[in-house]
Design a protein around this ligand. Structure first.
Ligand code: XIL
Length: 458
């Protein structure tokens, strides 16, 4: 059962109101809170993808899988990839000393929510433990280290993972093999040996080779193509290729679908495994619209090819994206903003998966999120953002469905009566400029569950 899902009710619902609407706040609140409109736009991405037989996945950080982050991960995605938790340095930081805590947490969460898991990744040149990288090994020792690692990690999750990225990033841009610990020590056949070891450790997992800059037809993807063709001819177990798709705004390759198709025609599956589309910061609304069009283009290309298994985004929120750290000055690369509000890219993915969305006719929105949660307490946040209008004062209201009680608020004055909470601006933050936003926060208590309420901006 998907115990963390809340039916089709979005946990971070954005309630839109016409700026300046004069409807009495209490009446408006009462009506909207008791009967949130259910329309096609509310259908979670995973339900749309399931109907098409496709994967819509996200990379996740295990320690964050609570509160709003956990609710969105569970509600919107039918597959999870550990962003770092299954890499060698994470699972065996010291030789013979294993730490499976975060990887287990992600796999348990996925199973509780009816999600697939993509194991990532077994044999790579990066994020290896120092003891491995700095050691001096004979070929026989290195081979044994690699196959033991695969047997241990794949064996641990035998039967529970849908897919493994067995080998990650084996090629240079010109299509030659990357000079890595593995290639230098074992030759190019380390790839076949790794795949064979993975198959032995879990015969039911689909085994992939995964790389970046192989989305379009180019020297690197052609080298990958030739490798897969040769592996298949030799009878080496290879089930699919992963196209990472860490893309730059304006640079979706025009040959993406053609490239997916040529791999499919070799008799392997294809997956978009790490999609993000980065933008020079700050991103403006035109760039976010272009980004949406490009997300749509990528998902469309996968939907168009039967053997394209699906699309995984490399983090679903800008607050959990690797881009700002790795590419300074760039970001805004994922489908949700840092406050868990869906961006145009989210709606584009939904539409590419066959959903329909109603274009917003309004200008100011309020978004509620749980930013932290512990045994009996939590910290919440509401963000009021305007695009196309401005506010000089604001009021926000909601009704708690599970007995939550606010104990303290900041940057707003909040009152709770029974389940009904109303918050109004502090003297210094009533103004929300066009294109700007304000936030306020609060602490509260909860027990049993802490669902996100429908918020009304009045
Ligand atoms: C990235 C993670 O997202 C970061 O948190 C980490 O610091 C570096 O690795 N290609 C891959 C992923 O296959 O494993 C990388 O993930 C991003 C590029």
């Amino acid at each position: 059962m998907r115990s963390l899902r809340t039916g089709s009710t979005p946990a971070s619902r954005v309630t839109r109101v016409l700026t300046g609407a004069l409807t009495g706040f209490a009446l408006l609140g009462g009506l909207l809170l008791s009967a949130p409109a259910a329309h096609a736009a509310d259908e979670p991405l995973r339900d749309l993808a399931d109907a098409k037989g496709k994967v819509i996945g996200t990379a996740v950080t295990g320690s964050k899988l609570t509160g709003t982050y956990g609710e969105i991960a569970a509600r919107e995605f039918n597959a999870l990839t550990p962003g770092n938790a299954m890499k060698w340095a994470s699972v065996e930081p010291a030789r013979g000393s294993f730490d499976w805590a975060e990887a287990d947490r992600i796999v348990d969460f996925a199973e509780a929510n009816g999600q697939q898991v993509r194991g990532h990744t077994l044999v790579w040149h990066s994020q290896n433990p120092d003891w491995l990288t700095n050691g001096t090994w004979t070929a026989a020792e290195l081979r044994r280290l690699m196959t033991d690692h695969i047997a241990t990690e794949v064996g641990r999750y035998r039967g529970r993972l849908a897919t493994w990225d067995v080998v990650n990033e084996p090629f240079n841009e010109d299509g030659t093999y990357r000079q890595t610990l593995w290639y230098n020590g074992l030759g190019a056949d380390y790839i076949a040996e790794a795949l064979t070891a993975a198959r032995a450790a879990d015969p039911s997992a689909k085994l992939y080779i995964n790389d970046y800059n192989v989305e379009g037809v180019n020297a690197k993807s052609t080298a990958l193509y030739n490798l897969v063709r040769d592996l298949k001819a030799r009878g080496v177990p290879i089930d699919g290729v992963g196209l990472q798709a860490h893309l730059i705004l304006g640079q979706v390759p025009s040959t993406l679908q053609q490239n997916i198709q040529r791999f499919a025609d070799l008799g392997v599956d294809v997956a978009i495994t790490e999609l993000d589309i980065r933008i020079d910061l700050p991103a403006d609304s035109a760039e976010l619209a272009q980004q949406a069009a490009e997300y749509r283009q990528v998902v469309n290309a996968c939907v168009a090819v039967d053997r394209c298994a699906g699309v995984t985004v490399w983090g679903f929120t800008d607050s959990d994206s690797w881009i700002p750290d790795t590419f300074p000055g760039q970001g805004a690369a994922t489908p949700y903003d840092e406050n868990y509000a869906p961006k145009p890219a989210y709606h584009a993915i939904a539409e590419a998966l066959g959903g329909t969305t109603t274009p917003p006719t309004d200008a100011c929105t309020a978004t509620y999120s749980v930013v932290n949660q512990w045994n009996t307490g939590f910290t919440g946040q509401v963000r009021i953002a305007c695009d196309g209008a401005a506010l000089s004062s604001w009021k926000v209201g909601w009704s708690y469905g599970a007995g939550q009680q606010i104990t303290q608020a900041w940057n707003a004055t909040c009152n709770q009566s029974g389940a009904t909470v109303t918050c109004s601006n502090a003297s210094y933050n009533g103004t929300v400029p066009d294109g700007g936003s304000v936030t306020f926060g609060f602490n509260g208590t909860w027990s049993g569950s802490n669902p996100v309420p429908v918020v009304t901006l009045g």
